[in-house]
Design a protein around this ligand. Structure first.
Ligand code: GDP
Ligand code: MG
Length: 370
């Protein structure tokens, strides 16, 4: 539960800690900047400074990124896997992503060219699979830095005419560190000199032993260029996803991660969000970092306007008051007021932190002010 110290409350209220300490002192309560306040004192402080402070309103969810919610197992429902493609440069990542999209997505319905939003969904045997279109390494690095695990499965592309290369090894390291299952796409099988056995043996040395050699890594020979084997690859993604038994609670406010964000001349802040749990509705109030706003328009990966989106769905939204950072966690709230309070409190804390970084204020200074 959210425990608030005098210092934190001061930040949340845009007040000096010394003002709160002085007020509590006049009430007969000795407090320091580190004193944890009870609900009654929080309310008294709020009344004194004319600010409505509901502990449950702001403080509880101030650090929503770090909150682990106890999920009622009965509310969990199966969700699509989220897949990233990694591998050495020129081994065929972009071509494979394009081929998957082309063979599985019917283009043209919404103005010809499928827009690029950094992620897309395809259907394989009637089941959805979400692909992150962002450079695998960057996405992994950003998300790992925040301790988030956005990807469920990673496809590592290895060109059969080139074999394992430095970035292949890096990709394996990233995936293993994140605990994400690996599928190896042995690419460029159409090329003369393609040597899948060599790829298998080199990958084994990195700890990815093929199933047919007694290991547990699935290798699928493909040609991203001709499309050969791509269907098989996708079916294997489903197999791995099934083993992982991916579930999320769709019956709550949406939480997820920013995949991409930019400032658009006409539309303002545009963000691609990947919903991890819950359901996002057009008009929901959300907070990301210090940005907040109501979702003014939500579109899917085809550019089609949608009103609701559930777990593992990538969506593009407009309506945030600033541009968030890729990898940031977003959360939807019941009211815009609450979203605003949280975002403003966070902005305040950030400003304060920046100020403190330049001029560190000691407790002695604080005591002298009282
Ligand atoms: P990336 O750097 O991993 O994204 O690699 P690209 O997708 O850009 O591919 C690098 C080059 O390899 C391009 O010229 C592709 O046309 C070519 N390429 C990719 N996949 C295949 C394949 O399956 N067969 C052949 N013959 N060429 C491929
Ligand atoms: Mg590429």
């Amino acid at each position: 539960s959210g425990q608030v110290t005098v210092g934190e409350l001061a930040k949340l209220m845009h007040k000096q800690a010394s003002e709160i300490i002085k007020f509590l002192f006049l009430l007969g309560n000795m407090a320091t900047i580190n004193t944890v306040l009870d609900d009654e004192n929080i309310e008294l402080v709020g009344m004194e400074f004319g600010i409505e402070v509901h502990k449950e309103n702001i403080v509880e969810e101030f650090n929503f990124e770090e909150m682990e919610e106890d999920e009622d197992p009965s509310k969990l429902e199966s969700r699509p896997p989220v897949v990233t493609i990694m591998g050495h440069v020129d081994h065929g990542k972009t071509t494979l992503l394009d081929t998957i999209r082309k063979t599985k997505v019917t283009e043209g319905e919404f103005g010809g060219i499928t827009q690029h939003i950094g992620a897309y969904q395809v259907e394989v045997n009637g089941r959805k699979v979400t692909f992150l279109d962002t450079p695998g390494h960057e996405a992994f690095t950003a998300m790992r830095a925040r301790g988030a695990k956005v990807t469920d499965v990673t496809i590592i592309v290895v060109a059969a005419d080139d074999g394992v290369m430095p970035q292949t090894k890096e990709a394996v390291d990233h995936a293993k560190a994140a605990g994400v299952p690996i599928i190896v796409a042995v690419n460029k099988m159409d090329k003369e000199g393609a040597n899948p056995e060599r790829v298998m043996s080199e990958m084994s040395e990195l700890g990815c032993m093929p199933e047919e050699w007694g290991g547990d890594t699935i290798f699928v020979p493909v040609s991203a260029k001709t499309g050969e084997g791509v269907e098989d690859l996708l079916e294997n993604v489903l197999v791995v996803a099934e083993v992982a038994d991916l579930r999320a609670n769709p019956h709550k406010n949406a939480v997820g991660t920013v995949i991409e964000a930019k400032l658009d001349k006409g539309r303002g802040s545009v963000a691609t969000l990947l919903i991890e749990a819950g359901t996002l509705h057009a008009s929901d109030a959300i907070v990301v970092g210090t940005a907040f706003g109501r979702v003014r328009k939500m579109t899917d990966d085809m550019g089609k306007e949608i009103k609701v989106a559930g777990p593992s769905t990538p969506v593009e939204i407009i309506g945030l008051n600033s541009v968030p950072i890729a990898g940031d966690v977003f959360k939807a709230f019941d009211s815009e007021k609450k979203a605003r309070q949280i975002a403003e409190a966070r902005l305040n804390v950030r400003v304060e932190e920046e100020r403190n970084a330049s001029s560190a204020m000691s407790l002695e200074d604080l005591a002298r002010q009282i």
